[in-house]
Design a protein around this ligand. Sequence first.
Ligand code: ZN
Length: 260
Amino acid sequence: MSEFQYEVQKINDTAFMVSEGFTTMFVLAGETQTLLIDCGLGVGDFQALVKTLAGDAPVTLAATHAHVDHIGGRGQFDEMAISAPEAALIRTCGASQRRRWLRRKQLTEHVSKEIRIRDEKKEPRVRIIKEGDTFDLGGGRVVEVMETPGHTKGSLSFYDRQQKILYAGDTVSSYLFLWLPHTATVEATLQSFYRMRSLDFELIWPCHHRRPFDRARFDGLVETLEQLAQKKNTRLPLVKKFVRNGNRVFYRTSLVREKN
Ligand SMILES: [Zn+2]
């Protein structure tokens, strides 16, 4: 079978979006260090691709959160940096979960049946990272770690201050999932959005749908959540869809806020 071909989009000379077709990851090629944000489900030779994009600088892998389509490819790396709450969930992203996830996509979203997960057995060392930690990529380019609960409670975002780009994982999306296990309240997600909005950014890159948010589009998402946050919690935890400004938020009616 031929090797899986990633789709690569150049954000600029030293930042690349890499897509598996369903999930997106990022390669930040610094002068002295390459930072990878997420590693996808793990269906291709990501390590080889990183070399062709970023050369031979040492590579550091950091994860936005422990969902199988974001850390499934970790077996190609020696170490993975992740938040403490997400590190506790890595075991839920093993080979069988990866295969199940891919099969579901193939059945429901016309993902090619030719695609197979790569079965690396290696489990990388875990390095815990938290708010305020940084990755120095050289040449004055420093990427800052932000704790941005939302899609999951332990979700991290990565802020490249020099390039004014925020990489926000699944916490920012026009198709926002706030209903899965380990999700934060709508209110807590909104607080993450306010912190993001206060940054000097030009683009926020989500990990799905291959299209960045500029400030106007992000403001629309903030407003969507502000309106949703007006609701009261229900006793029964139903999953509902809330639609505003072209955004869809799937949330648990019992998890709008901590307490009514
Ligand atoms: Zn996710």
